[in-house]
Design a protein around this ligand. Sequence first.
Ligand SMILES: Nc1ncnc2c1ncn2[C@@H]1O[C@H](COP(=O)(O)OP(=O)(O)OP(=O)(O)O)[C@@H](O)[C@H]1O
Length: 261
Amino acid sequence: MAPSRHPRPARGAPVIGLDGVSFSYGEAPVLERVDLEILAGEFVGLVGPNAGGKSTLLKLVLGLLEPQQGRIHVLGRAPHHAVRWIGYVPQFPTFPRDFPISVAQVVLMGRLGRGTGIGWHRASDRAATRTALAEVEALDLAERRIGTLSGGQLQRVLLARALVSEPHILILDEPTANIDQRRESDIFDLLARLNERLTILVVSHDIAFISGYVDRVACLNRTLMCHSTASVDADFIHQLYGPNIRQVAHGGEPLELRHEH
Ligand SMILES: Nc1ncnc2c1ncn2[C@@H]1O[C@H](COP(=O)(O)OP(=O)(O)OP(=O)(O)O)[C@@H](O)[C@H]1O
């Protein structure tokens, strides 16, 4: 049973550690001997080509999968004992337009891991829901049906759902994959503010964009290499992604990467 309290880790203390982790779903290895340490207060970008193993690594950290080799610790314990302290924003879910659940109800679900039962919420859960929605500037959406939101609005609501559990770590799987560039900057500005109190691990395809925000990038293509953002240049990007990547300069901003199919 997960403990109900865990003190906020001191800045610089290890919060996520992977030590020689290997994983495969079947025959072919997806991750091989991955070592990664993330410290409290860091903002780390996890990048790499399609099928490089990024979502799999997140699932291992969340305790949804078990490595065949190696060890993982989160906040000093096994992942499934620490998941209560992780706020997770999954990869672009979609909802039918008439899905009968409101934004406030979606955010309230984020309180379930705190001992709150389904259909039974305390006043403190409802207050936390409003606080989380206000923090992502989406309080005005509280009574809207979840299926009627734009991509950017939905991402903010899913972020509020992750924040309402009062986590120490925030993990996001491509939070801006289906939204335009201005909204992408808005979301990352918000993440930068949240990073003042939370450790953040974010998966992104847009390595050049995120290097303006994160402290360092972890590059995953079955094996892992970590780099400071200063070393992310065009040569490095070609080495990581290969030739099937197109770099698009836009409006004085850094390079954007698009896969060519
Ligand atoms: N449940 C599963 N069963 C079998 N194979 C899987 C499963 N989930 C993922 N895979 C395979 O594992 C490999 C890594 O997938 P993963 O989703 O971790 O990559 P990714 O880096 O997140 O990819 P993308 O950037 O395309 O989202 C892929 O070859 C994928 O097809």
